[in-house]
Structures are given as structure tokens and as C-alpha cells.
Design a protein around this ligand. Structure first.
Ligand code: NCD
Length: 322
């Protein structure tokens, strides 16, 4: 059995820890991570290769579709000269098909690799594995639960743009019920002072009440709005998300609400401002008009992606104590 405490707070000491939930991070740990990301960017940008993960293997165990996150982790490891054992579509091709438990699979892979990076459709699945293995386990998305590395790269992108996260004002739109990136991002931002977030979602996809209650118990101000008309003109960022089709049992219900809120050039003109940024965790499936892509404020196909790689590099480096 593992000697490691699962979901241990980071408290500025990353070595040997799992990254399962953003709730493990306090402000100081986030800022230490930002420093490491900055340093890696200085050293390795653009597209250089470092030696930090030489003789290191990362197991990528993905039980849910992923293109960006999977490749972002794989790129991060390989650009630091590490190797990967890759299991894409593990739900179809691994021994899980034969009925193997996640715990057994984790125990097997810790014999192969130095770190496990895992995505799975069930909330809490990554924690299950983290509890039984000695090596660090990184959550690359557990169902509609959390996506801590996405939140950290999004927060780094905001930090790079605005320097201070204190006093930041943003709009988060789309699927706030099932969107795990949103759950982690909101919780991450709640470490900062005087943060105000406007939430815009179809009624059926509002932020779960337990998350609203948690955020209300922090220093964050949450304002739920029901129409684009109520977007304040002075947001620092807009974070748009897709409706999570795969979480609906009734596809006709998905079809009805999938495009309720679309970010169009018109909306940006009416409610945006010159200094703001536009973000999206991707994939986008129609909720941001492609005419926005060439706007210099749109970071979802540029800075956000680039920062994803460096954030993952920094996290892997830190949990392995390199
Ligand atoms: C997100 C995810 O998987 O939660 N994508 C990603 O990791 N870049 C968002 C989504 O799928 O909508």
C-alpha cells in the first residue's frame, strides 16, 4: 500500500505529490509554479529541447477521447528528453476491457514509469489510482470533475497577460455544469483577492450548487447572469466553453441547448473592450465564431496552447523533483 497521502496540499513542496485537484494549490504554490513556467519558457521557447527528463518515462493512460491534452503532455515530456508509454483509448484496448480494475492497472504501470498521467470519464477515478501507487499521478481530466493542469495553464495565461490575478474580472460562459475546466479554474482563482466572475450558462447547465456555495465561502464574487445583455463591458477575460455532448444521455436535449450562447464579432463589439483576452479550453464546436480567431485578443489557438505545454513541463519537473 502507498505511503503517499493522496490529494496532499502542495504547500510549495511538489516533489512526490499527485496533482489530482486544484484544491491542493494555495497561492504560494501557484506562484512557485508560475516562476518555473516562466523559466522554462525563457529557456526553451520556441520549440527547443531540454534535458531535464532524460532517463524518465511518463505513462499516459487516457480512457476518454483527447487530442490536445494527450499531445500536450506527450510533447512536454519529449521536449524535455523523456519518453512516454502511451495508452490512448485505454477504455477499448487495455485490460480494462477484460475487467481489470483501475487500481491494478495503476500498480502495473508504476513498475514501468516514473509518473502516471491519466484521463478517465468517472469523477474520482484518478484519485483512486493515486491512492494505491507510490509515483506521482497527474489528473488530465476525470469526467465532469476536475482538470487541474488546464486551470493552471489558463491562470498562467492570465498572469502573463495581466501580471496580477488579484482584482481580476471575468466572464465564464457555456457548460458550467459538466465543464471540468471551469470547475478547476474557478477554484484556482478563488485563491486571489477581489476576483469577480460573471457566469453565463443555459439554465440546465448552471454551475453545480455545491461549487457556487464553496466559491461564496471564499473571497470571490460570483454573479450569475442569464443573457449576453448582462455582460459587463470591463471584463479582463472571457472564457468560453463548449456544451459537453458526451455527458448527455438524451442527445435531443443536447441539440436544443448546444448553441445557446455564441461569441460573435457583434457581441465582442458590443460588450468587449480593447484590453481583454478571449480564452477557450478547446475543442470548440461552434460556440466561438471563427471570425474571432484573427483578433489579437483571441488566445485559444496561440498563447493558451503554448502555455499548456510549458505548464505541464513545469508540473512534471516539479513532482519528479528535477
Ligand atoms: C477540455 C476537457 O477535456 O475537459 N479540453 C481539454 O482538455 N483541452 C474541454 C472540453 O472537452 O470541452
Amino acid at each position: 500500500m502507498s505511503k503517499k497521502q493522496p490529494i496532499a496540499p502542495i504547500v510549495n513542496f511538489f516533489k512526490g505529490k499527485d496533482i489530482v485537484s486544484i484544491s491542493q494549490f494555495d497561492r504560494r504554490s501557484i506562484e512557485t509554479l508560475f516562476e518555473h513556467i516562466h523559466n522554462l519558457k525563457k529557456e526553451l521557447h520556441p520549440k527547443k529541447t531540454g534535458a531535464i527528463l532524460i532517463n524518465t518515462l511518463a505513462a499516459l493512460l487516457f480512457f476518454e477521447p483527447s487530442s490536445r491534452t494527450f499531445s500536450s503532455f506527450s510533447t512536454a515530456v519529449k521536449r524535455l528528453s523523456g519518453g512516454t508509454v502511451e495508452f490512448h483509448n485505454a477504455d477499448k484496448v487495455s485490460s480494462a476491457v477484460k475487467g481489470e480494475t483501475l487500481e491494478d492497472m495503476g500498480r502495473v504501470f508504476e513498475n514501468y514509469a516514473d509518473v502516471i498521467i491519466m484521463r478517465h470519464p468517472e469523477v474520482g477515478s484518478v484519485e483512486k489510482v493515486a491512492k494505491v501507487v507510490e509515483i506521482p499521478v497527474i489528473n488530465a481530466g476525470d469526467g465532469s470533475g476536475e482538470h487541474p493542469t488546464q486551470a493552471l495553464m489558463d491562470m498562467f495565461t492570465l498572469h502573463e497577460q495581466f501580471v496580477k490575478l488579484d482584482g481580476i474580472k471575468g466572464l465564464i460562459a457555456g457548460d458550467l455544469l459538466y465543464g471540468r475546466t471551469v470547475h478547476s479554474l474557478l477554484q484556482g482563482l478563488s485563491n486571489y483577492e477581489n476576483v469577480t466572475i460573471y457566469l453565463l450558462a443555459p439554465k440546465r447547465l448552471k454551475l453545480p450548487s455545491e461549487i457556487v456555495r464553496f466559491l461564496q465561502s471564499t473571497k470571490m464574487t460570483i454573479v450569475e447572469i442569464e443573457s449576453e445583455k448582462n455582460i459587463p463591458p470591463d471584463c479582463h477575460f472571457w472564457y468560453w466553453t463548449r456544451v459537453q455532448k458526451e455527458r448527455f444521455s438524451d442527445q435531443s436535449e443536447y441539440e436544443l441547448i448546444k448553441n445557446k450562447f455564441i461569441l460573435t464579432p457583434q457581441l465582442l463589439k458590443e460588450k468587449g473592450n480593447e484590453d481583454m483576452v478571449i480564452m477557450h479550453p478547446l475543442p470548440r464546436v461552434g460556440e466561438i465564431d471563427t471570425r474571432i480567431d484573427i483578433d489579437p485578443r483571441a488566445l485559444y489557438l496561440t498563447k493558451q496552447i503554448e502555455n499548456g505545454i510549458f505548464t505541464r513541463m513545469a508540473l512534471i519537473k516539479l513532482v519528479l523533483g528535477r
